[in-house]
Every structure is written in C-alpha cells, then in structure tokens.
Write a protein that binds this ligand. Structure first.
Ligand code: ZN
Length: 141
C-alpha cells in the first residue's frame, strides 16, 4: 500500500511531541496547567484558555462513541483497506479522538465488527522510519 499523500507532518511544532511519543509507542495529549486534557493539539486550552501545557501520557484505552464504515476510500492510499471503520473515541481522560479501528489480526476492519460502546486499545503502526500512526484495536490488552 502506498502511504504517500496522507501522512502527517511530524515536524509541525504543535504536534511534534505527539508523533515523537507515538514512535515510542506512547499515547500522549496536552494537559493545561489547570489539569484539562486537550485534543486536538492547540495553542490554548478550550476549557480555560490557558496557553501553557505539558504532554502527558494517556491510558491508551477508549470507548467507541460514534463510528462510520467507509466503503469508498477517502484517499487512494486507503483503497486496499476498504471497508474500514473510523470512530470517534471517548477517552477516560475526558477527550475525544478520531481513529481507525483494526481487527485483532491487523487487517482492515469489516462492517459491524465494532459497535458504539465497545472498548478499544491504542496500537502503534510504524508506517515509515519517521511516522508511527496510532490505530485502535477492539478489546483491552
Ligand atoms: Zn484548561
């Protein structure tokens, strides 16, 4: 599968710490001085507008809050993965992340394999030397 054209800019100063952690198989998010986790990365806390934040580890588990099963690839790089599931995930830290769901075999997900309310666990897919993507797998590891 070609991965060109959809990979993140891992050198973006705002998100670089997230990608550096992902390369080490750690899931992190910004947390402001008042304790609010924030996602997506941003310059200001959406809860209290504090600009200061540190990158803190997350548990790496989430609950499927909503999902969509893609039967047409959003990008040619995903053509070999259809159908695949993209889910809005609710993390115990109080943030929501979008993520793709993998089956336990690592194959693209099939329709109906995850449901709203299911628990998923973060996994890490080193797609290049520089880029490790976070994906999610049904179940708790
Ligand atoms: Zn805050």
């Amino acid at each position: 599968m070609s991965t060109t054209g959809y990979l993140p800019d891992v050198d973006d100063p705002l998100t670089a710490p997230f990608w550096a952690a992902a390369r080490e198989h750690r899931l992190v998010a910004q947390r402001c001085v008042n304790g609010h986790f924030r996602w997506t990365p941003s310059e200001l806390c959406p809860d209290c507008l504090a600009p200061e934040a540190t990158w803190e580890p997350l548990r790496g588990e989430a609950t499927v809050w909503s999902l969509a099963v893609y039967h047409r690839a959003m990008h040619p790089a995903f053509a070999g993965r259809v159908p695949y599931t993209v889910a809005m995930l609710e993390l115990p830290e109080g943030i929501r992340m979008l993520g793709t769901i993998e089956t336990s075999t690592g194959d693209a997900d099939r329709d109906g394999e995850v449901r709203i309310g299911d628990i998923v666990t973060a996994t890490f897919d080193a797609v290049t030397d520089d880029v490790t993507l976070v994906r999610w797998r049904a179940g708790v590891e």
